[in-house]
Every structure is written in structure tokens, then in C-alpha cells.
Design a protein around this ligand. Structure first.
Ligand code: PLP
Length: 404
């Protein structure tokens, strides 16, 4: 038989978080090594459990979740999402503005398939959560990366965004709170981003999956609030991170703004939703319970809470390593430290991460895997318990001490 090759569509698609670095980690595991994997923001392996009410809800609904559901999502889940945004001041949200998916991941891909035409340019942050760049590329578009400024707490560089807008630019992606940097944008920044979209007739795609994971005085502002009735805004969020159910696959996208101008797009999105039948039904039931006031994430994000204490410990310890600097995370589950190129001249950061993995049996993700242009960063997941995190960062420090 002839060689069977992957489609040409995939030629420029990357998703390094689970790419060659993970293959190498699995190879080492097959040789009997224990690898500490800090490459993915998956809560369960680090001892986090979902709120009991969510698990109970899923168990309760298993018997009556055997059939396909409405492709857009079960009514109760869509109503719960509608109520949630209405209670956050977005009064115009209707049940038909909500689509439920198998996690935000599936919805990002579905939306981009429905939205992007060949050659369309979509503004995506650098660094980004790499699904965005991958899904834009797979949909036939071009991800144009705008710079987030490390010296300014990783805030987006609004001038850089403006400079990169062309007649082919169709949408602006905002990830807030941000993966991988931990930035949470001020109200002025969110307004500034939305104003750019307004002036250039761009759709806003706001990935807000970490909206509830906020530290200290950080406040989350929905882009949709400022997009108002004249900028089309797609807001993505879900249960994976705040409710610690990454494996259940439950997320949503909410469409706001001038929906009457987006009827054709919404018809396309509905077609794509129909083609994949529906999202996992048991997990959809849990959305209502989660959004119904059960705010158990509160106990993780304040002083003494695991999300908070671990993030602060990682930030502190990383900054104690000579030649390493890490901006303090204000939310989410990550640190994105910089390795001073004068101290650690790295040409290929993926090779660097594999070196660290082989030497210290610890897996982090290289910065270029998040479309950061220089090989001088890596991302550390701050989910392990304090003692494990201490051990992990000590291993990084030891590795770097020898490598200088
Ligand atoms: N968006 C961002 C910014 C993420 O970090 C992640 C997962 O890490 C996702 C979306 C995907 O989440 P889900 O589990 O809902 O597919």
C-alpha cells in the first residue's frame, strides 16, 4: 500500500504542549522513570477534586443522559449560562445566544471553522494558548500575533495590535486571565482592546476560562460588557479549571452584540454543532449546578488556598534562581518565567526542555510552544502541592546551575 500521509491542512498546525516533549516523557516512563509532568493545566492528577454537588449531579443524570441532546446544548445548561451573564450585567443575553460544547477547546475549533475563510487574519496574543493559533491555521486563516509586554505585567501592546491590522483582519482574540502569563487585564486594557475592535470592525473572541481564578486584588472584566450592542463578541468559558473537571468536557460560548448582523455566521455555527450531534450530555447537567451559586473555587484562590499559595511559591522560587525572572501571576494556573539570554544562551527552547526532562525527570513546556517569538521562556504549571512544587523548582535551579 502507498504511504498514508496527514492532510496538507495540518502542515503548519502545532500543539506543542502535548507534542514531542510529551512523547519523550512517555518514552522515559516506558523505561521505568517517574516523570513529574508540569506541561498541562489538568487539575485531577494534582489531587484536586470537583465540588461534590457536581459529581452527584452527573451521577444522578447518567440514566437519563443516554440520548443525543439538542446540538446547541441542553436547555437547562444554556439557561444557566444565560442567567450567569445576565447576573453579571449582560442583560441582553438570551438562551439562543449560548452554545454548549465538549470543553472550550471544541468550541474554539467550531467557531473558527464557521468563521474563518482562507486568508483571513485573526489577531492572537503572543504568548497564546496554542490551540488558538492551531485552530485558526486549521480553519485556513492566518494567526497574526500581537505582543504582550512582559515589562508591563504582560499586558497586550495596543499599539502593536493597531499596527498589525490589515484589510484582511477579521477578529481579535483576547485571553483574560491569560494562559500562559497569569496576567489579568485592567478595565482600561479591556476597554482599549474592545475599542480597537470597534474602530476596525473586528469580532472579539474572548477566552475567559480562568475568569474565576483571580489572586489578591485582581478583578475580571468581561470583554462583552464593553463590546456592548455594537461589537460582536464571543465569550468562551467552562467548568474545567474553576470547578476542577477537565475530564468531563463542559464549556460554552456566548454570543453578544449585534447578533442580527451575525445571523449567517450563527447559522454556520449551528450547522457545525449539528454535524457533531451534541456535547457530552451528563457533563452538561453539571453546568447548572456549577453556576447555581456553588462558588467552591473561593477556598482555593485566597491566602491559604492551594491555587494561590502554589502560584505565589512558584513565583518566589523562580525569581530566586540567578538569571530567571518571572512576572507575578494575578490569576490562572501558570508562571511564564524568562531565562536571561546573557546567562542562559538557548537557541532551541524545545531542545532545552527535553534536556531538562532527561536530566531531571521534570516536564515543562517551552515558550515558543505558546508562539512566543524568542527561545527564552518556559511555562510552569503551578498545580502541584507546595512540597512537590518546591522539589520541582529546585530541580530546575540545579539544572540551570550546571548549564550556565
Ligand atoms: N482556553 C485556555 C486559555 C486554556 O488554558 C484551556 C485549557 O488549558 C482551554 C481554553 C481549554 O479548556 P477546556 O478544558 O474547556 O477545553
Amino acid at each position: 500500500m502507498r504511504q498514508i500521509r496527514q492532510s496538507r491542512k495540518l502542515r503548519n498546525v502545532r500543539y506543542d504542549v502535548r507534542g514531542p516533549i510529551l512523547v519523550e516523557a512517555q518514552r522515559l516512563e516506558s523505561e521505568g522513570h517517574r516523570i513529574l509532568k508540569l506541561n498541562i493545566g489538568n487539575t485531577a492528577p494534582f489531587g484536586f477534586e470537583a465540588p461534590e454537588a457536581i459529581v452527584a449531579d452527573i451521577v444522578h443524570h447518567l440514566p437519563d443522559s443516554q440520548g443525543y441532546a439538542d446540538s446547541r446544548g441542553i436547555y437547562e445548561a444554556r439557561t444557566a449560562v444565560m442567567n450567569y451573564y445576565q447576573s453579571r450585567g449582560l442583560r441582553d443575553v438570551r438562551v439562543d445566544d449560548v452554545f454548549i460544547g465538549n470543553g472550550v477547546s471544541e468550541l474554539i475549533s467550531m467557531v473558527l471553522q464557521a468563521f474563518v475563510d482562507d486568508g483571513n487574519e485573526i489577531l492572537v496574543p503572543a504568548p497564546d494558548y496554542p490551540l488558538w493559533t492551531g485552530a485558526v491555521t486549521l480553519a485556513g486563516g492566518t494567526a497574526v500575533h500581537y505582543r504582550c509586554d512582559e515589562a508591563d505585567d504582560w499586558n497586550p501592546d495596543l499599539a502593536d495590535i493597531e499596527a498589525k491590522i490589515t484589510e484582511n483582519t477579521h477578529a481579535l482574540v483576547i485571553i483574560n486571565p491569560n494562559n500562559p502569563t497569569g496576567a489579568v487585564y485592567s478595565v482600561e486594557t479591556v476597554k482599549g482592546l474592545v475599542d480597537i475592535a470597534r474602530r476596525h470592525d473586528l469580532v472579539v473572541m474572548a477566552d475567559e476560562i480562568y475568569e474565576k481564578i483571580l489572586f489578591e486584588d485582581a478583578v475580571h472584566h468581561h470583554a462583552a460588557t464593553y463590546a456592548g450592542s455594537d461589537v460582536l463578541c464571543l465569550t468562551f468559558s467552562g467548568l474545567s479549571k474553576a470547578y476542577r473537571v477537565c475530564g468531563y468536557r463542559a464549556g460554552w460560548v456566548m454570543i453578544s452584540g449585534p447578533k442580527e448582523l451575525a445571523e449567517d455566521f450563527i447559522e454556520g455555527l449551528t450547522l457545525i454543532a449539528n454535524m457533531r450531534m451534541c456535547a457530552n450530555v451528563p457533563a452538561q447537567h453539571a453546568i447548572q449546578t456549577a453556576l447555581g451559586g456553588y462558588q467552591s473555587v473561593e477556598e482555593l484562590i485566597g491566602p491559604g488556598g492551594r491555587y494561590y499559595e502554589q502560584a505565589m511559591l512558584a513565583h518566589r522560587m523562580l525569581n530566586e534562581i540567578p538569571g530567571v525572572s518571572s512576572v507575578k501571576p494575578r490569576g490562572a494556573l501558570y508562571c511564564f518565567p524568562r531565562l536571561d539570554p546573557e546567562v542562559y544562551p538557548i537557541e532551541d527552547d524545545e531542545a532545552f526542555v527535553i534536556e531538562l526532562l532527561r536530566a531531571k525527570k521534570l516536564l515543562v513546556t517551552h515558550g515558543t510552544g505558546f508562539n512566543w517569538p524568542e527561545p527564552d521562556h518556559f511555562r510552569l504549571v503551578t498545580l502541584p502541592a507546595v512540597d512537590v512544587l518546591e522539589e520541582a523548582i529546585s530541580r530546575i535551579a540545579d539544572f540551570l546551575a550546571v548549564r550556565r
